[in-house]
Design a protein around this ligand. Structure first.
Ligand code: BGP
Length: 480
């Protein structure tokens, strides 16, 4: 197939998050953020079920986010490599706890602001457009311990101050923003974006919906602040999208798939994009044992949501999923984020994520049909166990193959009539995995010599996919 239909100005690039690559977790006055207290290892997410988990650091355990890939001290070298690949944009996040170490101070930390000024200037030096996620799984620990995370309305004012500070500081140099990373992911793991564990209420769905409401309000406030500073700023939401299929034609499965889509793919975007709660809200809440009257919301807040919806839809896409409510004995995949029913037509990654490029074409169509707003694929990629040879070269043909098929799917979706702004594969340089807290699950075009315990030379090496992606960008997606 030909892929010569990518629009001029298409934002090719890569994506990262502060907590997964910066390291230097106490440098320049930074406070502790949630990932700083999450140990590495396959049971990292299980921590939310430990009743005595209290967000403190246990000296017996390993904390890979403390070191990241030491991007804090290597950012010039890393961004230079992105420039060499020809990135048009670079998506990264600002660690809240570098700007407000505790999260609720009145005055920002100058050293933190300076750091991101330097990162942004480095991008601009290579004509790379910065794309900033304001909050990417980096809630300051103090906001969790003191207030119980996002279920507490006090966080709205803290976020507003944080968003105002960074928008004020960087808006002249940064046009593209996102308010919360994978805001809907709380349906699967409420700890990452909402700071909720079993000990502070994650098992009570009411808290998750209240936290979402508070985040929606905070997100609209950021859109308001951004547009008042400069109406040309583009401020998006960011959702995790997993195209969801019914296992078969059984109407029971079809209905369950529809409801699964409402709950997991659409609910947050419906509010953030359309500016109001969808018609199915009451029944969705009821399915989760929550009543509207359980939630604390005001008419002014609903007004704000209506007045300040997002400008575009950022989303991550890694896999599709399957719904079957009629057969409990189905084969399952052991995905570490959200395992589920196995799709007999698909292969899975080493971590059980079902690989489905056509699902991306479907996702783009589903989202565009529903919202008719520009779409930005801000995460996609293959986590793999890369094996460097004696020259530290990784021949990652499997990654090239994965990305090529997904780029073909984007091209097909553009032909279908969808409006796609850009594509930023996840972890464009190897970094610490969010779900396992390990380095060995790698996504990058650039290999970083470092092991799961955070030891290594930290040298950077170009993988085979580096030259391949450079040519993809140079040809605006034609040579893949
Ligand atoms: C998304 C997150 C990222 C990222 C990615 C890959 O859910 O937004 O932060 O890490 O998934 O996941 P993992 O690192 O678990 O492989």
């Amino acid at each position: 197939m030909t892929t010569n239909n990518f629009p001029k100005g298409f934002l090719w690039g890569g994506a990262t998050a502060a907590n997964q690559l910066e390291g230097a977790y106490q440098a320049g006055g930074k406070g502790l953020s949630l990932p700083d207290v999450l140990p590495g290892g396959k049971d990292r997410m299980a921590i939310i079920n430990e009743p005595d988990f209290d967000f403190t650091i246990d000296p017996q355990r390993v904390y890979p986010n403390h070191v990241g890939i030491d991007h804090y001290h290597h950012f010039k070298e890393d961004i230079k490599l992105f420039g060499e690949m020809g990135f048009k944009c670079y998506r990264f996040s600002i660690a809240w706890s570098r700007i407000f170490p505790q999260g609720d101070e009145e005055t920002p930390n100058e050293a933190g602001l300076k750091f991101y000024d330097a990162v942004i200037d480095e991008c601009l030096k290579y004509q790379i457009e910065p794309v900033i996620t304001i909050s990417h799984y980096e809630l300051p620990v103090h906001l969790i311990k003191e207030y119980g995370g996002w279920k507490n309305k006090k966080l709205i004012a803290c976020y507003e101050r944080f968003a105002r500070t960074v928008l004020d500081q960087y808006h002249a140099k940064v046009k593209y923003w996102m308010t919360f990373n994978e805001i809907n992911s709380a349906a699967h793991f409420p700890i990452m974006s909402q700071g909720l564990t079993v000990s502070n209420g994650a098992k009570d769905k009411k808290n998750i919906y209240q936290a979402w409401h508070n985040q929606f309000v905070a997100s609209s406030k950021a859109v308001k602040i951004g547009h008042e500073l400069d109406p040309k700023l583009q401020i998006g939401c960011m959702i995790l999208y997993a195209t969801t299929y019914s296992f078969d034609a059984n109407p029971k499965n079809q209905l369950a798939t529809l409801q699964d889509n409402q709950a997991n793919n659409f609910f947050c975007a419906d509010v953030q994009v359309r500016g109001h709660y969808p018609a199915y809200t009451k029944s969705l809440l009821a399915r989760n044992g929550v009543k509207l009257s359980d939630l604390d919301y005001t008419a002014d807040e609903l007004d704000l949501l209506a007045q300040y919806p997002v400008d575009y839809i950022g989303f991550s896409y890694y896999m599709s999923s399957v719904v079957d409510v009629t057969n409990e004995d189905q084969d399952r995949v052991a995905g570490n984020l959200m395992g589920g029913v196995k799709n007999p037509f698909l292969e899975s990654s080493d971590w059980g994520w079902q690989i489905d490029p056509t699902g991306l074409r479907i996702a783009l169509n589903e989202l565009y049909d529903r919202y008719e707003k520009p779409l930005f694929i801000v995460e996609n990629g293959l986590g793999a166990l890369d094996q460097p040879d004696e020259n530290n070269f990784v021949a990652d043909d499997y990654r090239i193959d994965y990305l090529r098929q997904h780029i073909e799917a984007i091209s097909a979706a553009i032909d279908d009539g969808t409006e796609v702004m850009g594509y930023t594969p996840w972890g464009c340089i190897d970094l610490v995995s969010a779900s396992t807290g390990e380095m060995s699950k790698r996504y990058g075009f650039i290999y970083v010599d470092e092991d799961d315990a955070g030891h290594g030379t930290f040298n950077r090496y170009k993988k085979k996919s580096f030259a391949w992606y450079k040519q993809v960008i140079a040809s605006n997606g034609e040579e893949i």
